[in-house]
Write a protein that binds this ligand. Structure first.
Ligand SMILES: [Zn+2]
Length: 120
């Protein structure tokens, strides 16, 4: 998260930014970064910076894989951890044949877009 914050600030330095309205992040499910955690960290880390008061929008990137055996491409299955269904464990094997897969999406942790106000 600290790396991400400095990446955002670095990006902002390229413009003559007066204020930041919104920052959209893409967070892959495989990064284990929870949205709530991120929002909390963002609030703390944006204090006393140009980012203070801006809104953080988080877009989750689902896990996608490609199977080397049968050629399946798509999302993986999740093991549901009971009633508390927002806690799921992804199964990193092919849902079709159980073969080994290569992860093609779900590892992102990047700034997708920013809404800023520039000075004239
Ligand atoms: Zn397969």
């Amino acid at each position: 998260m600290a790396d991400l914050m400095s990446a955002i600030k670095k990006e902002l330095e390229r413009y003559n930014v007066v204020s930041v309205r919104e920052v959209t992040l893409t967070i892959g499910k495989l990064t284990n970064l929870g949205a709530e955690q991120m929002e909390f960290a963002y609030e703390i880390m944006s204090k006393d910076s140009i980012l203070e008061g801006s809104r953080l929008v988080i877009e989750e990137e689902i896990i996608q894989v490609r199977c080397g055996k049968c050629g399946y491409e798509g999302p993986v299955k999740n093991i549901d951890m009971g009633e508390d269904s927002h806690f799921q464990i992804p199964v990193l094997s092919c849902p079709e044949c159980g073969g080994a897969v290569a992860v093609t999406a779900g590892r992102s942790c990047c700034v997708r877009s920013m809404e800023i106000e520039e000075a004239d």
